[in-house]
Design a protein around this ligand. Structure first.
Ligand code: PRP
Length: 207
């Protein structure tokens, strides 16, 4: 089998991704609580690397990883030249515009201030509407921004809705649905086609 490197997002998404290979000949065994970032399966034909979620697409586009498991949110945010092969049907949540109840998402002739971890995505959504925006890029705790007056509204991932609720915010509009996806480097997909198809089959059978 051709050697394949798979980039997994550190955290819940990557851990669950690794679970999909359980009980297959691509399974890896890791020591508990390890800080190691590179792992090989028993046959040493697959290398798994753990990277920051926002970096998975970069590793795949550059070809240092042949495949990646990444949230659709990152695919929508990062404009990378890769193939999106499969919806893995886990890590489900959605992008949403959120703010205070009854708040408007339109400000005619005025700038709408939006806090988000996803500036490129937000820019596209609001450009399509012809709404002028000031995007405030934050690294996390986005829900804080409207509460302390840093932004009018936010665009963020919503899963259970409890972070919004506990901070007195509501969904004003639902946007794209999000889930984990298998992505591939374009050259790798051609060169390592058989191995990648085998991996797709394993992941396709996973729930
Ligand atoms: C994510 C997201 C929301 C929250 C949504 O944050 O940015 O804040 O989860 O989940 P919920 O609808 O189930 O409450 P994350 O946990 O990644 O933390 P962050 O604030 O560092 O972004």
């Amino acid at each position: 089998m051709n050697g394949v490197t798979i980039a997994l997002a550190k955290g819940r998404l990557g851990e669950k991704g690794l679970d999909l290979f359980k009980d297959t000949d691509m399974e890896i065994i890791r020591e508990k609580d390890t800080r190691k970032l590179v792992f090989k399966d028993y046959k040493e034909s697959i290398t798994y690397i753990f990277v920051k979620p926002s970096d998975v697409m970069t590793y795949v586009e550059k070809g240092v990883a042949d495949l990646g498991i990444v949230g659709k949110d990152m695919i929508l945010e990062e404009d990378k030249d890769i193939y999106e092969l499969m919806d893995l049907n886990y890590g489900k949540c959605r992008f949403a515009i959120a703010g205070f109840k009854d708040q408007t998402t339109v400000k005619e002739d005025d700038v709408l201030r939006i806090a988000s971890k996803y500036p490129n995505y937000v820019k596209r959504v609001f450009e399509d509407r012809g709404q002028k925006v000031e995007i405030i890029k934050l690294g996390g705790s986005i829900e804080l921004a409207p509460i302390i007056g840093l932004s009018d509204i936010i665009v963020d991932l919503v899963e259970t809705g409890s972070t919004l609720k506990e901070n007195g915010l509501v969904i004003l509009e639902e946007l794209d649905p999000i889930s984990a996806r298998l992505v591939a480097n374009k050259a790798s997909y051609r060169i390592k086609y058989d191995t990648i198809k085998k991996i797709e089959k394993i992941l396709g059978g996973a729930k």
